[in-house]
Design a binder for this molecule. Structure first.
Ligand code: PRP
Length: 219
């Protein structure tokens, strides 16, 4: 049995990252045609010839599937890796999906971002927000977990500021908010299950090397 006979499972977070990631796998000859069908409701896609399959999950669940070994490889944003804090190997930076984790709010909230104010911070990323305010800024804040449309919070008075992803900046701009501080720059990453890295090392290394080569050539 060759190492190429081992089935590899790849977890992709649904959405923009998945599309770009699948294009990469297409380019290295491991893609699956059907995954590009916009009407499909299937969640798992197998390339039988190459012994590789892909599944689409919610982004924040990708590190969970990879930690437990349901997926050998995952493609996920650095924001999710930091927030989920799972036991997985972060192997390399794909260089796309670039954005920034920021503290944002109305310009008037800028003066509240020093350690003396107890402010409320709305976010989908409580771990990242807590780490930033408590460990980096040494400011005690109240963190309010939301599940989306975070920009609403300071507008309707739920919080003074938000901790959220900024990509183009249009959502902030259209809602009269500005970036007040940058927490960390982000991009898409390849993550690998720790056991798979040992047990399927030859296959995984081959896939990773091909992906890295493809990324370098695209630059
Ligand atoms: C993300 C993020 C911002 C927006 C930033 O939300 O939370 O709201 O994108 O992008 P921009 O800087 O290009 O405007 P997403 O669209 O993922 O939806 P969500 O509000 O449900 O989190």
């Amino acid at each position: 049995m060759s190492y190429r006979d081992e089935m590899i499972t790849v977890a992709l977070g649904k959405g923009r990252l998945a599309k770009k990631a699948m294009a990469l796998f297409d380019n290295i000859g491991l893609g699956v045609e059907e995954i590009h069908d916009p009407d499909t409701r299937k969640l798992i896609f197998t390339n039988e010839k190459e012994n590789i399959r892909y599944f689409l999950s919610k982004g924040p669940d990708v590190p969970t599937y990879v930690e437990y070994g349901s997926a050998d490889i995952g493609i996920v944003g650095e924001d999710t890796i930091l927030e989920e804090n799972r036991n997985i190997y972060e192997v390399f930076d794909l260089g796309f999906g670039k954005c920034r984790m920021c503290i944002a709010g109305p310009e008037s909230a800028r003066s509240l971002l020093d350690s003396s104010h107890l402010i409320r911070v709305a976010t989908k990323y409580p771990r990242i927000a807590k780490n930033y305010f408590y460990n980096q800024k040494h400011q005690t804040v109240e963190i309010i977990k939301l599940n989306g449309s975070i920009e609403l919070a300071p507008i309707v008075g739920l919080s003074e500021v938000i901790c959220d992803i900024v990509e183009t900046g249009s959502t902030l701009k259209e809602n009269g908010l500005v970036v007040l501080e940058e927490v960390v720059p982000l991009s898409a990453r390849v993550v690998v299950n720790q056991v798979s890295m040992k047990m399927k090392n030859a296959r995984i290394t081959e896939i990773i090397n091909a992906l890295q080569k493809e990324i370098r050539n695209a630059d």
